[in-house]
Design a protein around this ligand. Structure first.
Ligand SMILES: CC(C)(COP(=O)(O)OP(=O)(O)OC[C@H]1O[C@@H](n2cnc3c(N)ncnc32)[C@H](O)[C@@H]1OP(=O)(O)O)[C@@H](O)C(=O)NCCC(=O)NCCS
Length: 220
């Protein structure tokens, strides 16, 4: 089946499949299995996302590769496929450029989060890092969160040593809120941005479509 038709059928059941965020040739869409398999290939590749030995920067991802890594990623991504509700919603979005899946970004609201708070996380294939795409993707996620979804605050966390992720947060207007040390000894730096602070960094010309169905689901 054509990917757009498949996404339309999925959107009738899971409104996150109707969301589309676009900016200058980069498109964020809820991934079908075809895109998840492309992403699994990146995850499985040794050093596909972070340099060998730096997996600790991914906060909880084990240092694996090949088939176990691909399966772990797919099973994690499939578990995120659930009907959104006011109490909890998760929107994984494939980062697509020229029809290729280059990474994954997730916008979510978890059960314990205060009303109006969204979480973001993302990764890009290593070959695509360091040319501004990560900053654009974060700002695209925030456009969805603070625009049609009317969130008031977005939060994120990065390992203390993850300079790129922390720089993206600063560039998007986040401020550090607190630090926590995980069981593995990695220091997590938590940061938050308000809608007002994001507005000063907002990208022009981000196009968000299909938010009505999703908004209805998380408000019901
Ligand atoms: C984190 C990530 C999404 C950022 O995306 P990116 O496209 O590499 O980042 P950008 O090119 O937009 O750069 C953002 C900033 O980080 C800086 N930066 C990029 N790579 C860097 C590095 N390795 N060390 C230090 N700074 C770096 C850039 O100079 C830029 O700084 P500026 O805003 O002051 O100019 C991407 O690097 C990635 O996927 N990393 C691996 C997965 C990961 O760590 N995800 C986050 C888990 S919490």
């Amino acid at each position: 089946m054509d990917a757009d038709l498949l996404r339309a059928d999925l959107a009738a059941l899971y409104p996150q499949y109707g969301l589309r965020v676009a900016h200058r040739g980069t498109v964020l869409l809820a991934p079908t299995d075809e895109e998840l398999l492309e992403l699994a290939e990146i995850v499985a590749e040794p050093g596909g996302i972070v340099a060998p030995g730096r997996a600790g920067e991914l906060l909880g991802w084990p240092e694996d590769e090949g088939v176990p890594a691909a399966r772990r990623f797919l099973e994690w991504a499939w578990r995120l496929r659930e009907a959104p509700s006011a109490a909890r919603w998760r929107v994984p979005l494939a980062v697509l450029d020229g029809g290729r899946a280059l990474g994954l970004a997730v916008l979510a609201h978890e059960i314990d989060d205060p009303a109006g708070t969204a979480r973001t996380s993302s990764w890009l294939a290593r070959a695509e890092q360091g040319r501004g795409l990560g900053t654009r993707v974060r700002l695209m996620l925030l456009e969805l969160a603070f625009g049609p979804l009317a969130m008031t605050r977005a939060v994120t966390a990065a390992a203390e040593g993850n300079a790129a992720s922390r720089r993206v947060s600063v560039a998007c207007g986040y401020r550090e809120t607190h630090r926590e040390t995980g069981g593995d000894g990695v220091v997590e730096v938590h940061a938050a941005v308000t809608a007002a602070a994001w507005r000063k960094k907002r990208l022009r010309d981000v196009d968000v479509e299909g938010a009505d169905g999703f908004l209805a689901a998380i408000r019901s």
